[in-house]
Ligand binder design. Structure first.
Ligand code: 6GU
Length: 228
């Protein structure tokens, strides 16, 4: 998979070269490129924003640098998926991550200020599949942190990125429930005991107990997940 990220703060993404995704990148499974939006400006101040038509607070990202960036990054492919992180978008879930992990080419456009000129989304729709995606119902200063989260969630689902594929299955959200609790040695730690069933060697009973724990936790913490 190829991923292009466009941002006015490209160094935010230095962290993506570490650990899991860094190894995927080194091994060639993930072809990740981070770009500075200002490289597609042509004025002395490398301007990317301007005041909003109609008035109002804050600044809006100008369309021209985005147009040039999208032209260049889509010049040699069949319709990529172009994602604009936005608190006004559809909410990102594990299902979204699974869907996007199957794409050949993702482009993330990180907005800052009050947002990007709306015409950029219209223009991008002619070049690829446009998705506005939110992490949840709270406000960040820009799309960078959201793109870090999304690329990690997507990247770990690409075959070969996570060493043991079984570890992907028994995660919170993969089966629509929260994860069961985990324990390791010692069996007693500061007067806190490991549930005895886990020491029983009865694998059937352990599987049943874990399922009950998943349901109990989901009911207590995330009843919304059980509604469907
Ligand atoms: Cl994707 N962007 C911004 N700026 N804020 C957010 C968000 C995205 N998701 C939740 N809050």
């Amino acid at each position: 998979m190829r991923i292009d990220v466009v941002s006015i703060f490209p160094s935010y993404f230095d962290g993506l070269t570490l650990s899991l995704l860094g190894r995927a990148r080194d091994s060639g499974i993930l072809d990740l490129h981070v770009h500075d939006l200002r490289d597609w400006t042509h004025d002395r101040h490398r301007t990317v924003d301007d005041t909003p038509y109609g008035g109002g607070a804050g600044m809006v990202m100008k369309p021209e640098p985005w147009g040039l960036a999208l032209d260049e990054l889509t010049s040699n492919d069949t319709r990529p998926t172009i994602i604009f992180p936005s608190p006004a978008g559809e909410v990102f879930t594990q299902a979204t991550a699974r869907e996007l992990a199957n794409r050949e080419h993702l482009i993330f456009g990180c907005g800052r200020y009050e947002g990007i000129d709306e015409r950029v989304f219209e223009y991008a729709a002619a070049l690829g599949e446009v998705r506005l995606i939110s992490l949840g119902d709270y406000v960040l200063n820009g799309g960078e942190v959201a793109v870090m989260a999304m690329t990690e969630a997507i990247g770990r689902l690409i075959p070969g990125v996570v060493g043991n594929p079984e570890s992907l299955v028994e995660e919170s959200h993969e089966d629509g429930l929260l994860e069961y609790p985990s324990y390791t040695k010692p069996a007693v730690w500061r007067d806190h005991e490991v549930p005895p069933i886990l020491l029983s060697g009865n694998h059937g009973a352990i599987a049943t107990w874990r399922r009950e724990q998943q349901l109990e936790r989901t009911r207590a913490r995330r009843p919304d997940l059980l509604e469907g």
